[in-house]
Design a protein around this ligand. Structure first.
Ligand code: IMP
Ligand code: MG
Length: 180
């Protein structure tokens, strides 16, 4: 997997088009709301969040939170999630939109919705650019979804494999047969 160039699953143009649509939809849904706050989940969402934020036509703020992804085999099996870096700001009374790169099993988003929900936001919804419906283990509410994809490990546009490929402009995958 390390040396092969990922094949295109979702092109740069298709992503740009989808992000523009999501931005328009979110701007419409939150029109008139006093302080929408985008919560980017590090590291994977940083590119999506940067593009989505600039497609919003309504005032909003941005903050970041970092969670551990699958640190080890046990964590992956149990769906264990750990808070690595908290938000810098208080969210009580604010309208929050979690911005995730990808929802796979749903454990990460489930954890985040519980954590942030306990802090008294005015509203709490989630947006993910990519979702893998076949992998779902926890039924989490997603208000905005860019693309549903098959059960493949994808990289690019913020998504990584062992911290690589995040800056690929498209979302791609590497076939098992290409790993050499
Ligand atoms: P979940 O908790 O299983 O829904 O997924 C949590 C995290 O795993 C995501 O936020 C990503 O950081 C990572 N992840 C899951 N699937 C992929 C993938 O195909 N490529 C890159 N990262 C992924
Ligand atoms: Mg993530």
């Amino acid at each position: 997997m390390i040396d092969a160039k990922p094949k295109v699953l979702i092109s740069e143009d298709a992503i740009a088009d989808k992000v523009a649509r999501l931005g328009a939809q979110i701007s419409h849904d939150y029109a008139g709301v006093d302080t929408l706050m985008l919560v980017g989940v590090l590291k994977g969402s940083f590119i999506f969040l940067a593009d989505l934020s600039r497609r919003l036509s309504i005032p909003h703020t941005v903050d970041f939170i970092a969670l551990s992804s699958y640190g080890n085999a046990t964590a992956r099996l149990t769906g264990e999630v750990r808070l690595v870096m908290d938000l810098r700001t208080s969210i009580a009374g604010k309208h929050l939109l979690i911005v995730e790169d990808i929802v796979d099993t749903g454990h990460t988003l489930d954890y985040l919705l519980r954590l942030l929900g306990s802090r008294g936001p005015a509203s709490l919804k989630a947006c993910a650019l990519v979702r893998k419906p076949d992998r779902r283990e926890v039924d989490v509410p997603l208000s905005y979804v860019g693309f549903d994809i098959p059960d493949k490990w994808v990289v690019g546009y913020g998504l990584d494999y062992a911290d690589r490929f995040r800056t690929l402009p498209y979302i791609g995958y590497v076939d098992e047969g290409d790993t050499g």
